[in-house]
Design a protein around this ligand. Structure first.
Ligand code: WT7
Length: 659
């Protein structure tokens, strides 16, 4: 379809039906799956059928236990091991099939691990962990970039029942320290360095720095994978990965985990400054990852599946590691940036490895769009048969660009809505069954009960804005927040009572029941698809010398979706200058990481406040976005608004001193 044809379509008719060729080969062809999975008799059977595909050590007795809501249990009484289901289960039929195809950032560097290789490396490393005293339930912090040692370490933990907490490699030392402390991890796994945009990032030094900041946890050992061969400082507690695995046995029996034992913790931003430790368990999470990957991505034996997320986020946990590997698929993993050494790198990788399924984020798609089609010209992308999108709403323009230019006009796009807390996709098309509307994540996955509620807890009418809720528990859901069950209940199960999951997103339904997600309604913000908290950033700014007050808002950004704008009031008698602005930016990067770098820092003598002293973020947001400012009648200091507005109008990015 040409761009002109698209434009001439009335909004509603811009639907994309699954192409016949795709439907004919699809795993799922019977639309009754929706009604069966949501019927009273069919609901449990739907999930249990997927569970039966996995290998259980002891079968479950009951699908769900609702005796102590919202602390739900699934596959009650069942015993299972995640590592076994992702590896050993496939050995008989797929021993020599590639499990992981890894592409390093420096051109030409490729590693392939078959399922047998993965079995050996995971078992060896699991034995190393055991020999260091790691047992069932112990927490292991993993601070690794996109190298095969990352999934190996995760699967090794799962093998022996240890709980991993993977911390995104781009997070700062301080962010790592806070997460190690909260989880009380006893082992840290990292690497010497890795490649990013042609440079070597000194990861070991950042890990060492984190250990200096620990308040509660005590790390017994740091295991260091060798990747970039950069020079590192070693202490007596540090161990080289390649040395410790050398004499380790490749036989490691798997721990018989209870379905409800803790599998991993993953930290995510909430409404306060403190990240939340989202807890996922063994059985329900694995069944959910397995089922959704199989059906949403229509996985086949010969697929080469590439999800470009970082494993440090939940998307990578579920849709790089646990979902695809439990399905016995071949995954592609790429270490580096999309523009290194050139802007055609992703397309080169697709051609080189014959990638068939490609799952990425709207922010990346908008970036490719901006770079232009010329970077696609030299590459053959015909291997692709299915595309995916995740992390934030995809604007229809980006959808069509993706569809036409990457998908060659005939790949369905699965726009998957979900959250760290949901474990896997919740609102998503099934590519062979669901007609697509660009910009909508379409419908709930079969067996999931999603709705949009108004303030009173009634379902909204088509077109009305409301809050996205989930009305029934599902196997992949979080079970609690680590060491904080009260916060679990108050965050997710209080807005509409203990039996309705509150997502924190606003959304609308349309006449066809399609769901259109609008975005967060709490203090969580989305920048380039990453979830951050305004409070977390504000508390970092308040740590900077001479800062009196700070307010963090976002404004729309062409590529990142949103960008951070910070208003800072210096202490009485302090003159803010460019230098102080740089300090604010630097400190945010130290406290959180480069992903939280603001686009604009505005120094001001005052912030717009109500008479009771509450900062009016709505006004700050309008000023930053150059929007209509609206009613100022409740303000105690309306005069500051004009000053700020005039100043922000002058500046584009960087540091502005208002007034
Ligand atoms: C928030 C969750 C999904 C795993 C990665 C992000 C937003 C996510 C979509 C989508 C519209 C989306 C929501 C959600 N979001 N996917 N397809 N369409 N919005 O997980 O960091 O926990 O963020 O991402 O606002 O609440 P997360």
């Amino acid at each position: 379809m040409s761009d002109d044809e698209i434009k001439s379509f009335p909004e509603k008719k811009r639907m994309f039906y699954p192409p016949r060729k795709f439907v004919e080969q699809a795993n799922l062809r019977d639309p009754s799956v929706y009604s069966r999975a949501t019927s009273e008799e069919g609901w449990e059977i739907f999930w249990e059928d997927f569970a039966k595909d996995l290998e259980w050590i002891v079968p479950w007795e009951k699908f769900i236990d609702t005796s102590n809501i919202p602390f739900y249990k699934f596959f009650v009484g069942g015993r299972i091991n995640v590592s076994y289901n992702c590896i050993d289960r496939h050995l008989e039929t797929k021993r020599n099939k590639a499990a992981i195809i890894w592409e390093g950032e420096p051109e030409g560097e490729t590693r392939v691990l078959t399922y047998q290789d993965l079995y050996r490396e995971v078992s060896k490393f699991a034995n190393v962990l055991k020999s260091l005293g790691v047992g069932k339930g112990d927490r292991v912090a993993i601070y690794l970039p996109m190298i095969p040692e990352l999934p190996i370490a995760m699967l090794a933990c799962a093998r022996i029942g240890a709980v991993h907490s993977v911390v995104f490699a781009g997070f700062s030392s301080q962010a790592l320290a806070a997460r190690i402390d909260d989880a009380k991890a006893k082992i840290l796994i990292t690497c010497d360095g890795y490649y990013r945009r042609g440079k070597i990032i000194d990861q070991k030094a950042r890990a060492d720095e984190a250990l200096k900041h620990l308040k509660e946890a005590k790390i017994d050992h740091t295991i260091v994978a060798k990747r970039a061969e950069n020079e590192v400082v070693f202490s007596e507690k540090d161990l080289w990965w390649h040395e410790v695995v050398m004499d380790s046995s490749q036989k490691c029996t798997v721990e018989k985990m209870d379905a409800e034992d803790m599998h991993f913790i993953i930290y995510t931003s909430g409404t306060t400054g403190k990240p939340k430790g989202v807890v996922h368990t063994v059985g329900g999470y694995l069944v959910y990852a397995y089922a959704t990957t199989k059906t949403i991505f229509d996985l086949k034996e010969n697929d080469i599946y590439w999800c470009t997320a970082d494993i440090g986020w939940i998307t990578g946990h579920t849709y790089i590691v646990y979902g695809p590997l439990s399905n016995g698929a071949t995954i592609l993993m790429y270490e580096g940036a999309p523009d290194t050494p050139h802007k055609g790198r992703f397309w080169e990788i697709i051609e080189k490895h014959h990638v068939t399924i490609f799952y990425t984020a709207p922010t990346a798609i908008r970036l490719f769009m901006k770079w232009g089609e010329k970077y696609l010209e030299n590459y053959d992308l015909k291997s692709l048969r299915l595309l995916g999108s995740v992390g934030e709403p995809i604007n229809p323009e980006a959808w069509w660009w993706y569809h036409n230019n990457i998908g060659g006009g005939n790949c369905p796009i699965v726009d998957t809505w979900w959250q760290t807390e949901t474990g896997g996709a919740v609102i998503t098309p099934l590519p062979s069954l669901t007609p697509l509307k660009p910009g909508s994540a379409t419908k709930p996955f079969p067996g999931i009960f999603v709705d949009v509620f108004n303030e009173k807890g009634e379902p909204t009418k088509p077109g009305e804005r409301g809050y996205l809720v989930i009305k029934r528990p599902w196997p992949g859901m979080l079970r609690t927040l680590f060491k904080d069950p009260e916060r679990y209940v108050s965050t997710y199960w209080s807005r509409y009572g203990k039996d309705i999951y509150f997502s924190g997103d606003a959304a609308k339904k349309d006449e066809d029941g399609y769901i259109w997600v609008i975005g967060r309604v709490d203090d969580a913000i989305k920048v380039a698809g990453h979830r951050l908290s305004t409070m977390e950033i504000e508390s970092a700014v308040l740590e900077v010398k001479n800062v009196a007050e700070a307010a963090v808002v976002t404004r729309p950004h062409e590529i990142k979706g949103n960008e951070i704008v910070i208003y800072v009031t210096p202490k009485e008698g302090v003159e803010a200058d460019e230098e102080m602005g740089k300090k604010v930016i630097l400190h945010i990067r130290e406290a959180i990481g480069a992903i939280a770098t603001p686009g604009l820092v505005v120094f001001t003598s005052d912030l717009p406040k109500t008479r009771s002293g509450k900062i009016m973020r709505r006004i700050l947001r309008a000023i930053a976005s150059k929007d209509e400012i609206g009613d100022l009648s409740t303000l105690a200091n309306p005069e500051i608004v004009e000053t700020l507005d005039n100043s922000v109008k002058r500046g584009v990015s960087g540091v502005i001193i208002a007034g």
